[in-house]
Structure formats: structure tokens, C-alpha cells
Design a protein around this ligand. Structure first.
Ligand code: GRG
Length: 311
């Protein structure tokens, strides 16, 4: 097993998604780009990023084994939600960031009002994509399930609550107050909801397109939770050790703003041990749901990629 075989698979999923986004979404936005709203949505959607959530949806579906149009539609939906969350997270009333992916944040480039509205529009755009998914044999429960998973991951039960907890912890400077157990529980819950919920939803949505989805659902759900935690601990580490150049955003913001992060609670050495422990768990968990050689490479190497990423 090697990271280069993994990189090739990741790259092929990512390119398939970029092409799909280009022909199905960006072209629609370009036609109407006279309106500032569409120009703003496009500015953030094309800004790049790893496209992790669409790649996860495609991988959980099984890659290119069959027609991948449905999985790519799910990817578009997830990327719209992810993009809206970053736009809103960067606003002055939240994290107040000037840079994202090496470019001025949307409210800096346009205006705060336009950034709020572009985020709102991307959020609803995400649900519109689901209406194009083709259900086999009139299985309308597919739509109910996909909508439910997306709502649970992105809305009040998931990401939005995580963001509220994050802001609340910052306001109350929790890292210096309360007892240690409460602090750890609160940070874990915040990480699980803010970042992990959408990552888990990406896997569950892709999986839901498969005929054997029920068999894999519980394992993928656990894998998604641990992967989300691994992703966020790595993000916290990068905020301490990363550079503006590699991150494309300002490092050191968590510490400055008094955010309660994993390094603040556990120290860097313990965080790095946790990364290794999670990687090990994820690799062993993946053996319960991978079938093809491609799936085996993807899901066993993914935790290494996430733990070693530089942005
Ligand atoms: C505003 C409702 C609302 C939620 C915001 C996602 C989020 C919740 C906040 C973003 C803050 C942040 C930097 C969290 C760390 C984890 C994270 C989501 C990082 C960015 O995701 P990547 O690395 O981004 O997948 P790219 O740029 O690669 O797409």
C-alpha cells in the first residue's frame, strides 16, 4: 500500500468532481455573473480547496464502478454547504478572517452583506442539487434519507450547533475556566459537530447510493466520526505549526482569540500521539467495509493523508 497509489485515486476523484462542477454549476453562475451575488458565489466555489467532501462521497459510493453522476451531484451539494460555512465563518461577527485559500475572504473582496447572502444562496443551492439525483426503481426513500443525512450533518443537529459551541467557548474563555473533564467534553463535542458532522455526512450520503448501503452504514458512520476528529485535531496542530503560505490563511488565530483547541487542552505532544492513535483505529476499522482493492487503498491511506496534510 502506498501514498502514491492513494494520491492517484484521490486526484482522479477530485478531477472528476472539478469537471462536473465546471460544466453543471459554474456555467450556470457564469451566465448570470452580471449579478454580484452570482459572481460572489463563483469566487468562493472556484477558489480551490481540497474538495475533500465530494471526494469522500465518491469514494463511499465506490468511485467509478458504475455511473457516478449521482455521487457527483452529492459532491456538488456538499461542496456548496462547505463553501457557505467557510464564507460565514470568516465574517467579522465570527472568526473575522482576511484570507482564505490564499485569497481575500469574500466579505473583504465584496462586502459583508454580499458574503452573508452568497452563503445563504449556496446553502439552498446544495438542497437543489439533490433534486437531480436519479432514484432507481422509484425508491423515493432515497431522497428522504439523503435530505435527512445532509440536514443532520450541516444544520442545527450538526455543523451549525458546532459553530455556536465554538463561539460560546471563545466568549467564555473556557480553556481557563471550569473543570478539566467538562472542558475536554465540550471541545470534543464542538469538534465532532463543527467539522466531523459534515465529513461523516459525506461518507453516509455516498454510501446511501449503493445497493448494499445498510450493511456498511454503521462502520462508515464510526469511520466518519473518527476521521472528523482526526481532521480537526490536525487543523488545530496546523494553526500552531503551519505558515501563512502553506495554509492560505492566517496561522496562530486560535491562540490569539482564546479558542479552546486540542493543543490548548492537551499540549502538542499528546495531540500528535492522538493523531497516531486515530490513524491506527481508522485503518483497522476500514477492513469492515472495504471490498475492492481501490477502496482498500483509499480508506487505509486516507487517515495518513489527513494526519500529514499541510493545509
Ligand atoms: C458558519 C454555520 C457555520 C459553520 C462554520 C466549517 C466551519 C463551521 C468553520 C470553519 C472553521 C475551520 C477552519 C474549521 C476547521 C476545519 C475546517 C472545516 C477546515 C476547512 O476545511 P478544508 O481544509 O478546506 O477541507 P478546503 O479549503 O480544503 O476546502
Amino acid at each position: 500500500m502506498s501514498q502514491s497509489a492513494f494520491s492517484e485515486i484521490f486526484h482522479s476523484y477530485r478531477v472528476a468532481f472539478e469537471n462536473f462542477l465546471d460544466s453543471h454549476t459554474l456555467s450556470v453562475l457564469s451566465e448570470r455573473s452580471a449579478l454580484e451575488l452570482f459572481e460572489a458565489m463563483k469566487y468562493s466555489l472556484v477558489a480551490g480547496g481540497k474538495r475533500l467532501r465530494p471526494v469522500l462521497a465518491l469514494a463511499a459510493y465506490g468511485g467509478f464502478q458504475a455511473d457516478s453522476t449521482n455521487a457527483l451531484l452529492l459532491g456538488s451539494s456538499l461542496e456548496c454547504i462547505h463553501t457557505y460555512s467557510l464564507i460565514h465563518d470568516d465574517l467579522p461577527s465570527m472568526d473575522n478572517d482576511d484570507f482564505r485559500r490564499g485569497m481575500p475572504t469574500l466579505h473583504k473582496k465584496f462586502s459583508e452583506a454580499t458574503a452573508i447572502l452568497a452563503g445563504d444562496a449556496l446553502n439552498s443551492f446544495a438542497f437543489y442539487f439533490l433534486s437531480f439525483v436519479q432514484a432507481e426503481n422509484g425508491d423515493v426513500s432515497l431522497y428522504k434519507d439523503l435530505l435527512g443525512i445532509l440536514h443532520t450533518g450541516s444544520g442545527a443537529p450538526g455543523m451549525v450547533s458546532g459553530q455556536i459551541y465554538d463561539l460560546q467557548m471563545q466568549r467564555e474563555n473556557l480553556v481557563q475556566s471550569g473543570n478539566a473533564e467538562d472542558r475536554v467534553a465540550m471541545v470534543q463535542l464542538t469538534h465532532r459537530l463543527k467539522t466531523g458532522a459534515l465529513i461523516k455526512a459525506s461518507l453516509l450520503m455516498g454510501n446511501r447510493l449503493r445497493k448494499d448501503w445498510k450493511k456498511r452504514e454503521n462502520y462508515l458512520s464510526k469511520y466518519g466520526e473518527d476521521l472528523g476528529l482526526l481532521f480537526q485535531i490536525t487543523d488545530d496542530i496546523l494553526d500552531v505549526e503551519g505558515t501563512q503560505e502553506s495554509l492560505g490563511k492566517t496561522p496562530g488565530k486560535d491562540l490569539k482569540s482564546g479558542k479552546t483547541t486540542y493543543p490548548a487542552l492537551f499540549g502538542m505532544d499528546r495531540c500528535k500521539e492522538m493523531v497516531q492513535e486515530l490513524q491506527k483505529n481508522l485503518i483497522s476499522l476500514s477492513s469492515n467495509f472495504v471490498f475492492t482493492p481501490e477502496e482498500k487503498i483509499f480508506f487505509q491511506e486516507l487517515p495518513i493523508y489527513i494526519g500529514q496534510r499541510k493545509n
